[in-house]
Write a protein that binds this ligand. Structure first.
Ligand code: ARG
Ligand code: ZN
Length: 878
């Protein structure tokens, strides 16, 4: 907690550590109230660092120091100093053993960083700087050490004791306690340390690696969750195989463990050999989890597993390099999901996320480069920019290099940097060395914040048979970066002929046309002109296929062109994107003018799509989904909260009425038969069915609602149950209350399902939404100590219920800030994240701006803030 302004840390100030730690021996006497931690560190001066004044400073927070000794000699108080952030020893030898003993209090740790209690178990979260809450240490990622860890705890309360690596000793002690010693042969940074203690059960399996080694796989959960681990285990094995095939990466230890924890700030954590997960990303049964949950589990399990090479074997030199591991690992998990599912659908959902979250971040006061230059609180930099834009930056390099060359480059990266703590620069250099390409200008993607906008103008010359594309790029200024230089942008395009056939993209000056299809153009200047030849008719261009760069595009295509692309583009992503743009333009027009006509050909285009029996169901569902109100608000200069909501309802209702017969047919055709299957086809079918149901319900003719009630009663899988419950809750009234009650009774005690019960109420855009949310804060199942529960109620309301959160009287803002101020002393990471929807205050009308600013100022004025919340608020107001 800060009284004074916390100071930023700068990338330019990076210095190698003065000391290295070769070996770490830890002993934990675990107890929720008082845990004793003994540490023995083998330290030596770093030959690569400049010599300081002979003192040594170790990080340490919220530790009670009991003893400190160098080479077996206890230090006297005059020989060291302890403050709130660490331990300084005034004079130390060049090589020595440091022993410390500290006491910590897991049960009081509500920040969920360091060692904490979750239910009856104890677990750790060390990334980014939580290890310093366990013991005094050089808690920075460029200090990599070998760890041996002994855990001692009560045998009945904590029969399972886990840490990184392999178990090497087990002893029963006289006093009812037992001890297990773990040894991790791979040097690692402290943020990858983990321990878990609890009364846990494991689901076990095994995996044989490409080279024939057998790996033991274990997923540890509380006993009542043993029946919800199958999907996670299947996902893990798929991910292990895929990483061998696609990246040549084999697992290295003999055991791989996953633990599901119910109190967790983030998604999951890739600790070496012992991944710790938010249980939301492990536990699933068809009747408790939706398709979206199954999907999330598959990709997060894969993500954390993939970190073993991209993050653990090769780690980050400092936290400015976070995207080195996160951007690359997100890219890897995206590719995994694309390969095991549908590539186009995966790309659509990733781009949706990018546009809905990253683009606004890049356009707001918290904009920062993929490799930031400074931070106040590193926990605030686990952002969509570092993760998702970081993945796009890797994806663009893969596109520029091509698949073979990119694989050579990643092979080189793994070989050259194994066991090291490196930088994004080292990564790019491997790309260059393996391909011979010069990526000097490309590096700007790491350095410059902001989303480039491409303006693309086309001109067809019938006499010459040429088609000219004039492309300009422009990037708006971001905080601290008033001037932007042009980016190196891969622009993938195709051309379609009048029958929808692919035409060759033949550049003037080339002697012969390439094969018809997709072609990669490279932008490096602020403006380019591409003249395409050999065209006997005006083509329809398919621009930025597969979303080849994280940019916004402004083009001169007509609505008719977009309908044509929607029907004929061979690029599934662009078929969807054409539909999205059609929806978007119409919704924005309706927002400005409720009487704007809804064109017949728009309705007809979607009717044709619905009637095409061969259409991929999942893609069709995506095509028919309107852009969200939140996404649309980012497309307006001044957000018209109420107008957008009205327009959205108006168009939804119109589609429901006009396409009623087709929607009913699709609904009935897609009925579930037999047991739940999680496959791309089945997921697509359910998505389309529930989308059709949503349109039918919103057409408000009574029939949709009847189907919805029947589905809620009859469905056996949570996807269909939730789809119905969401619509019922949105409609309100007695049927909604009855369904909510029944659902609550049915799922009492299933925490993750109850999260859905809270979320569905928080998201319903009914007039009394805030009143309901505030009442739910006092529900016996609500707990401000469980981040999943807080997110399900508070974040769902403020992020997914735009029209009620932004109510004109400012009550939503006051509510959110009240929650932030209450949570901040207990859990700063969570509090800082909750604040995010207020950060975009400048985008609203003057009165809402005033209300939002007043609330942000209330936060800033309220004295003792965490550095997390302080940084977000002060930057939001700057
Ligand atoms: N490395 C983890 C992941 O991406 C996230 C850890 C986030 N920790 C934090 N303190 N913000 O999988
Ligand atoms: Zn990650």
């Amino acid at each position: 907690m800060y009284r004074e302004t916390p100071h930023p840390i700068y990338l330019k100030d990076y210095r190698p550590p003065e000391f290295l730690i070769e070996q770490v021996e830890l002993r934990f006497e675990l107890d929720p109230e008082h845990t004793r931690v003994e540490s023995r560190l083998a330290l030596r001066r770093n030959p690569a660092a400049t010599r300081g004044d002979g003192s040594l400073r170790l990080h340490g927070e919220q530790l009670t120091l009991m003893q400190v000794a160098i080479d077996g000699h206890a230090l006297t108080p005059a020989e060291y100093r302890v403050d709130a952030e660490g331990l300084t020893m005034h004079r130390v030898p060049d090589r020595f053993t440091l022993e410390t003993q500290v006491e910590i209090h897991p049960s009081l740790n509500t920040a969920l960083e360091g060692l904490y209690q979750s239910g009856d178990m104890l677990c750790t979260q060390c990334e980014a700087e939580g290890f310093r809450r366990l013991t005094y240490f050089l808690d920075r990622p460029d200090v990599m050490a070998r760890y041996t860890t002994t855990l001692v705890a009560d045998r009945t309360r904590f029969p399972v004791l886990l840490s990184n690596g392999n178990p090497v000793a087990r002893t029963d002690l006289e006093d009812g306690r037992h001890s297990v010693t773990w040894d991790d042969p791979f040097p690692k940074p402290s943020y990858l340390f983990a321990l878990v203690a609890g009364d846990l059960r494991a689901v076990e399996d095994s995996f044989v690696t490409a080279s024939g080694r057998e790996i033991q796989l274990q997923i540890f959960v509380e006993p009542h969750n043993l029946d919800k681990c199958d999907h996670a285990m299947r996902s893990l094995k798929k991910a292990m195989r895929w990483d061998e095939e696609r990246f040549g990466r084999e697992y290295d230890l003999d055991i791989f463990m996953i633990v599901a924890v119910s109190h967790f700030n983030m998604g999951a954590m890739e600790n070496k050999g012992l991944n710790i997960f938010n249980d939301k990303f492990v536990l699933a049964r068809p009747d408790t989890a939706t398709d979206v949950d199954f999907d999330g589990i598959e990709s997060v399990i894969a993500h954390e597993y993939f970190h073993n090479w991209t993050g653990n074997r090769i780690t980050c030199r400092d936290w400015f390099q976070l995207s080195l591991k996160e951007g690359f690992t997100v890219y890897r998990d995206q590719e995994f999901s694309a390969d095991v599912g549908s590539r186009a659908v995966k790309r659509i959902s990733d781009v949706r996320t990018l546009r809905a979250h990253q683009f606004p971040e890049d356009a707001g006061p918290l904009a920062h480069p993929v490799r930031p230059e400074s931070y106040i609180e590193i926990n605030n930099f686990y952002t969509t920019t570092v993760y998702d834009k970081g993945a796009e930056v890797v994806r663009m390099q893969a596109a520029l290099l091509g698949p073979e060359s990119f694989r050579r480059a990643t092979d080189r990266y793994f070989e050259r940097h194994d066991g090291q703590a490196v930088t994004t620069e080292d990564f790019v250099r491997c790309m260059e060395d393996a391909s011979g390409r010069d990526l000097t200008q490309f590096r700007r993607w790491y350095e410059q914040a902001g989303t480039p906008e491409l303006s693309i103008q086309s001109k067809y010359d019938a006499t010459a048979g040429t088609y000219t594309l004039s492309v300009r790029q422009e990037t708006a200024a971001t905080p601290g970066q008033p001037v932007k230089y042009p980016f190196h942008i891969p622009l993938t395009i195709g051309l379609l002929g009048a029958e929808g056939q692919a035409l060759p993209v033949w550049l003037a000056g080339e002697s012969a046309p390439p094969a018809p299809g997709t072609r990669l153009l490279e932008l490096t200047e602020r403006a380019h002109e591409f003249t395409l030849v050999g065209l006997t008719e005006r083509p329809v261009p398919s621009l930025l296929r597969g979303f080849s760069a994280p940019v916004r595009v402004r083009d001169d295509l007509s609505d008719a062109d977009r309908m044509f692309l929607m029907a004929h583009d061979s690029d599934g992503f662009n078929r969807w994107d054409a539909a999205q743009t059609l929806h978007e333009r119409l919704l924005l027009a309706l927002t400005d003018d409720a009487d704007h006509p809804i064109p017949e050909d728009y309705i007809a285009a979607f009717q044709r799509a619905l009637r095409d029996p061969s259409a991929d169901r999942a893609l069709l569902a995506e095509v028919l989904t309107l852009p969200s109100e939140t996404y649309l608000s980012d497309r307006m200069t001044v957000v018209d909260v109420d107008g957008l909501h009205r327009a959205h309802r108006q168009l939804t209702r119109c589609i429901g009425e006009r396409l009623r017969a087709d929607l009913l047919a699709v609904y009935h055709d897609s009925a579930e038969t037999g047991d739940y299957v999680f496959s791309p086809e089945a997921v697509g079918r359910r998505a389309l069915k529930n989308l059709a149901l949503a349109y039918l319900v919103r057409a408000e003719d009574g029939e949709g609602l009847a189907l919805c009630r029947a589905q809620f009663e009859a469905a056996h899988n949570m996807t269909d149950v939730m789809a119905a419950l969401r619509l019922l809750t949105e409609q309100g009234g007695a049927a909604a209350e009855a369904a909510l009650d029944a659902f609550h009774r049915r799922w009492a005690g299933e925490s993750l399902v109850l999260d859905k019960w809270f979320a569905v109420q928080a998201a319903a855009p009914r007039a009394d939404a805030l009143t309901r949310v505030m009442a739910l804060l006092h529900h016996p199942d609500y707990s401000a100590r469980n981040p999943n529960r807080v997110r399900s109620l508070v974040s769902t309301f403020s992020n997914l219920n735009q029209v009620r959160f932004h109510a004109a009287d400012g009550a939503g803002y006051r509510f959110l800030v009240g929650q932030v101020l209450e949570l901040d002393p207990a859990n700063p990471q969570l509090a800082a994240r909750l604040l995010k929807p207020l950060v975009r205050w400048r985008r609203f009308d003057p009165e809402r701006q005033r209300l939002m600013r007043t609330e942000l100022e209330r936060v800033l004025g309220s004295g003792e803030l965490s550095s997390d919340v302080f940084e977000v608020v002060s930057k939001a107001l700057a």
